[in-house]
Design a protein around this ligand. Structure first.
Ligand SMILES: NC(=O)c1ccc[n+]([C@@H]2O[C@H](COP(=O)([O-])OP(=O)(O)OC[C@H]3O[C@@H](n4cnc5c(N)ncnc54)[C@H](OP(=O)(O)O)[C@@H]3O)[C@@H](O)[C@H]2O)c1
Length: 326
């Protein structure tokens, strides 16, 4: 099969089409003939040598795919050859064929195309695990999302609305701010031209927020803490501005805050299967009914993976970038 390899330089230009043996599905796995693969920021980090795949995962880039089941491993009863699926994979997505645990695949929601479905798993598994399972976001609460126009950010906006919470987001341009408002954010703040702490305090009439979903870290950490109200939760999913910062922990104690975070990729097969089941039950019907949306910003041909990564690194995109594999 053909796949996208990357070179030791770690540059976008080092991404190129190469050949490797087609993988075979092990017990409990399915082999997917990949039509589209979602591009995610962790792929960029892996290409740069800053995010090693877990030891048992494919070293090929790509954390989510959509396509058709091409073969099934032993003890798989829920899928048949030819079924259209999308799946979270621990690696191997940028290839014509990819193995996924059968329990990590989902049907394509009716009304969504394969290209749209390819961009769902990584973002939705992540926002569900962090906002629902870990932060316990619930109806009537306020959620501050940094990176609101990212793939993760747009999924988090939709999830907040779905549970009846209010989403306030930060983003880096007026165009992104407008898009996030149209996509369901109650308030969107251009952090380059406005102070997000002041604006959030204004918007919430000084009450602050219940949950912060942070991918920035660094100087945002004390500012997030200042915005959290009593019993608030701060969830880290990345540290684009760095993971070290000197802060005063006193407000954590006085406001009974909880500080947490997680990464999706090293979670066990069982943990991911439980998240998959929750998404199938709680979220997929929302896509089928048209209550939930996703946004694909750009699709690139298989041999244009370099351009896809350059776009992601530019941060000009809003929502998902997808590779067309076949
Ligand atoms: N923990 C997990 O399990 C997990 C899983 C998936 C993704 N992630 C992380 O979640 C984040 C979003 O992922 P994605 O795939 O949705 O990526 P993405 O679409 O590329 O989003 C990243 C966004 O972050 C903003 N940004 C970039 N550098 C920044 C900086 N220095 N300070 C502030 N904002 C910055 C950019 O928006 P602006 O131009 O508006 O600033 C950009 O759109 C990534 O950091 C990724 O590593 C974590």
């Amino acid at each position: 099969m053909k796949f996208i390899a990357y070179g030791p330089s770690g540059t976008p230009e080092s991404l190129r089409v190469a050949e490797a043996p087609t993988p075979t599905p092990a017990v409990g796995d399915i082999l997917i003939e990949v039509h589209y693969a979602g591009v995610n920021r962790p792929d960029v980090m892996q290409r740069m040598g800053r995010y090693a795949p877990p030891p048992d995962a494919s070293p090929i880039l790509g954390l989510e795919v959509a396509g058709h089941v091409a073969a099934i491993g032993a003890e798989v009863s829920q899928w048949q050859v030819g079924d259209a699926v999308c799946a979270l994979v621990p690696g191997g997505g940028y290839a014509q064929f990819c193995v996924a645990p059968a329990r990590h695949a989902l049907p394509i929601p009716s009304g969504l195309s394969l290209v749209q479905a390819a961009g769902l798993p990584e973002n939705w598994f992540t926002v569900w695990a962090n906002l629902i399972d870990m932060a316990g976001l619930r109806s009537g609460e306020r959620l501050l999302i940094h990176g609101g126009s990212s793939g993760i950010g747009l999924a988090a906006i939709q999830l907040a609305r779905h549970v009846g919470a209010q989403a306030i987001v930060t983003a880096g341009s007026d165009e992104k701010v407008r898009f996030c408002r149209d996509f369901g954010a109650a308030e969107a703040i251009n952090y380059r031209t406005e102070d997000f702490v002041l604006r959030t305090q204004e918007f919430t009439a000084g009450r602050g927020v219940d949950v912060v979903l942070d991918m920035v870290g660094g100087s945002y950490i004390p500012r997030n803490i200042s915005l959290l109200r009593r019993d608030g939760r701060m969830v880290f999913i990345a540290f684009l501005q760095g993971s070290r910062y000197e802060i005063d922990f006193m407000p954590v104690m006085l406001k009974r805050l909880r500080v947490t975070g997680s990464t999706m990729r090293p979670r066990s097969v069982d943990e991911k299967a439980a998240i998959r089941d929750a998404l199938a039950r709680e979220i997929w019907p929302g896509f089928e009914a048209g209550r939930l949306q996703t946004h694909v910003f750009a699709t690139f041909a298989f041999d244009q993976a370099s351009d896809a990564h350059r776009l992601m690194e530019s941060s000009r995109h809003i929502g998902k970038i997808v590779l067309q594999i076949r």
